[in-house]
Design a protein around this ligand. Structure first.
Ligand code: CO8
Length: 258
């Protein structure tokens, strides 16, 4: 499919989606978000895709929702039109893993998009922030919620109330990103991680994603029970027999997603 605001590449079971509005530092407008949702939905259906990477440019993952697109909207426009809800749901509906590879600015909706991914690999140049307070608004796609769960209340309040940026080192220390790598190696590292995931059985990969997401949404006892039941259910898969047999026979497993 041809896109105007993203570049999609599928190679070795990894679908890499590059946000591509360089003149606006990849600001997220509705066209870009629609294309992103479509590309993710396509990949979800495509057996050749086993993991996604969402990335931006060296200077910006995304500098936020498009301020020029939003500036003249009224309360009625955004409330009745439910601004950004379908776009967020399109990303959160994806069951295959999504890695955010972040270089440069990940601000406002850009930081929120990165946090919707399953984990973030950051370049040492990355800067995260929720600067919406400077625009007379606030975060609207998880910046007060996912950020608080990831880095805790103190840092989330600090970021959301002052609008200050967090560099990659602080983001790793705070639990916002899983690893920091030199900017030049960002895509190589993210691709290597995605290929490693792509080698696993998709049944356990997708079950793990579902289970980890439950950590945010359920009380611990319920979430542990969910995990235990899904763990039990994996013993109905051929991949469990293959994975354990391969370990005992000291060979690499051949997962068949069955
Ligand atoms: N929206 C629209 N255009 C933008 C945005 C943006 N968020 N960010 C940058 N641009 C444009 C600039 O207007 C400029 O365009 P032009 O050349 O036509 O004037 C171009 O990108 C380059 O930007 P700068 O000249 O400003 O580049 P600098 O290197 O000087 O500064 C910054 C880089 C610091 C990133 C600066 O551009 C900036 O502060 N950007 C805005 C950051 C921001 O406030 N983000 C939050 C936006 S609100 C939001 O995200 C709400 C989220 C709610 C839901 C999200 C759903 C997706």
């Amino acid at each position: 499919m041809a896109y105007d605001n993203i570049i999609v590449d599928v190679e070795d079971h990894v679908c890499t989606i590059k946000l591509n509005r360089p003149d606006a530092l990849n600001a997220l407008n509705l066209e870009l978000l629609k294309e992103l949702g479509d590309a993710l939905a396509d990949g979800q259906k495509n057996d050749k895709v086993r993991c996604f990477i969402i990335t931006g440019s060296e200077k910006a993952f995304a500098a936020g929702a498009d301020i020029k697109m939003m500036s003249s909207k009224s309360f009625a426009d955004v409330f009745l039109g439910d601004l950004f809800t379908p776009e967020e749901e399109a990303v959160m509906r994806i069951r295959k893993p999504i890695i955010a590879a972040v270089s440069g600015y990940a601000l406002g909706g850009g930081c929120e998009l990165a946090m919707m991914c399953d984990f973030i690999i950051a370049a040492d140049s990355a800067k995260f922030g929720q600067p919406e307070v400077n625009l007379g608004v606030m975060a609207g796609m998880g910046g007060t919620q996912r950020l608080t769960r990831l880095v805790g209340r103190a840092k989330s309040m600090d970021m959301n109330l002052t609008g200050r940026f967090m560099d990659a080192e602080e983001a790793e220390r705070s639990g916002l990103v899983s690893r920091v790598v030199p900017a030049k190696k960002l895509l190589d590292e993210a691709t290597a991680a995605a290929r490693k995931i792509a080698e696993k059985g998709m049944i356990s990969v997708m079950a793990i994603k579902e289970a980890v997401h439950r950590a945010d949404q359920m009380p611990l006892t319920e979430a542990i029970l969910f995990e235990r039941r899904v763990f039990h259910s994996l013993f109905a898969s051929e991949d469990q027999k293959e994975g354990m047999a391969a370990f005992i026979e000291k060979r690499e497993p051949q997962f068949r997603d069955k």
